[in-house]
Ligand binder design. Sequence first.
Ligand SMILES: [Zn+2]
Length: 208
Amino acid sequence: MNFYGQRVLFLGAHPDDIELGIGGTVAVLANAGVRVVMAIVSVPAEYEVRSAEASDSAAILGCELRILLEGGCKRIEDLKNYQLVGLLDELVEQSRPAAVLTHGPTDFHHDHVTVYHATVAAQRITQFDLYSYVPTMTRPVPVPFAPNAYVDISSTMDTKLQAIAAHKSQFYSRGLAFEYYRDLARVSGRMVGVDYAEALAVDKIVFA
Ligand SMILES: [Zn+2]
């Protein structure tokens, strides 16, 4: 992943999805001089609190934050498909990313799968490499995911956990734990001989 000086877009349906699934990679790329955009499609509840937490997290990861359905609580399932596709078309048109990393098609959360399909459709706007990150959930449940690419996040493992912890309303008051994501990164790291890694499924990649 050598995107120095280029823009890479990370897409998540909700606040904290990106941090849980691929936050270490966000920080790795940001540290490497990539122009990283973290785009959240919707904030379904507690808009002020959760958008402020997302902003804190983006500062920790060193990336730009965009909330596509900004200004108030909205749910993705209230959008028509063409509206969501239009939203992502516009984002891709404006940002012209070299790569997009988003949810995968096997996620158990319907919003995540919907965002994946809208991202697939956005490929007709412009060429970008497309990757899916691991299904994300604050209470993990087993769903299929077959990674075939890995990013070494040994240098940003702690940054990822700090970014997750910035979502205080999710992980403290509700008593949820996120150490699971360190365990997951350790297992992925073992697959490729590093301390910690994040796993990806490649949808499309162009070798220039
Ligand atoms: Zn989500």
